[in-house]
Design a protein around this ligand. Structure first.
Ligand SMILES: C[S@@+](CC[C@H](N)C(=O)[O-])C[C@H]1O[C@@H](n2cnc3c(N)ncnc32)[C@H](O)[C@@H]1O
Ligand SMILES: [Zn+2]
Length: 277
């Protein structure tokens, strides 16, 4: 996939393990194989995005494949949206440690051979380092979703799974008429765990359709919903560590939840397919 210079926006040319633009801005490949295109002055913190503990917890939890059915549904919707495009360009925005990205890369290879190109982008270098181990055929980038280092109107499909929406920034690298696939938690997602944490369960006011409306039109929404069972306190603490609830929880409450030996949980996730206006 063609990458653009985060400093001057011109195209980057790769020579061995280096990327360079016509204005001589230069970026070396990290030893794990990703490109770091995040400029120091664009970072809000020294080490933005998910920290190593969150990345590790997500990795440990996801590799047990409780979310496999969800990942398969994401792949079906993704494949459906690019099936008539000969060399589709795909971006997984906020890819984290690459579980969904790598599984989509595999599904694309099976269904389309090597014609599709897929890029995973995350602002957390810890996440991207872990992602490099998941797929060798994916281009992995440390970069900001607020300033995506891809040419304007170059993408056929962008996925945003459980990540913050930045509608205008996300629309820039997408072709008009291309697909944005968004995943966000439904009302009952992990409700059993949330009931253990909070006295009162708040209703979410997150409305992707309204948030995205200026740049994206909704084509369809579907919900993936099923239950799964964790049957050890280790699995329960790993799931807790991967959720945003964990950081808000006093140590005492955390340890009492983690002492449980069994927990049946609901996965309830909305998948929205949007078209770039
Ligand atoms: C909840 S995680 C989801 C990760 C992955 N999509 C998944 O579902 O497993 C959100 C991710 O967004 C990343 N993130 C946060 N702010 C970002 C930004 N401005 N640009 C790119 N990624 C960002 C975090 O580092 C984190 O990996
Ligand atoms: Zn440049």
């Amino acid at each position: 996939m063609q990458l653009t210079c985060p400093v001057c926006k011109s195209e980057l040319t790769q020579q061995a393990k280096n990327l360079r633009c016509e204005n001589n801005h230069s970026f070396d490949a990290a030893k794990q194989g990703y490109w770091n295109l995040l400029l120091a002055h664009k970072k809000r913190s020294k080490d933005p995005g998910d920290n190593p503990e969150m990345v590790q917890a997500r990795r440990e939890f996801l590799e047990q494949d409780y979310y496999q059915t969800l990942s398969e549904r994401i792949n079906s919707l993704a494949l459906e949206s690019v099936k008539d495009i000969s060399e589709p360009h795909i971006l997984d925005m906020g890819c984290g440690e690459g579980y969904y990205t790598a599984r989509l890369a595999e599904a694309l290879k099976e269904n389309m051979g090597t014609s599709a190109s897929i890029t995973g982008l995350d602002i957390s270098k810890h996440a991207v380092k872990a992602a490099c181990k998941q797929s060798k055929t994916t281009t992995w980038l440390v970069a900001s979703g607020a300033d995506i280092p891809l040419p304007e109107q170059s993408l056929d499909l962008q996925l945003v799974l459980f990540s913050r929406l930045m509608p205008e920034a996300f629309s820039k690298p997408m072709k008009p008429g291309s697909t944005l696939l968004v995943a966000w938690p439904g009302e009952r997602h992990l409700i059993e765990l949330r009931k253990l944490i909070y006295k009162e369960i708040k209703t979410s006011h997150f409305d992707p359709v309204a948030t995205l409306d200026e740049f994206f039109e909704l084509s369809k929404i579907e919900t993936v919903s099923y239950t799964f069972e964790l049957d050890s306190s280790d699995q329960i603490s790993t799931l807790l560590a991967m959720t945003p609830h964990s950081q808000r929880l006093p140590a005492e409450a955390k340890s009492s939840i983690c002492q449980q030996e069994k927990l049946t949980l609901t996965l309830d996730v909305n998948l929205g397919v949007f078209t770039r206006r």
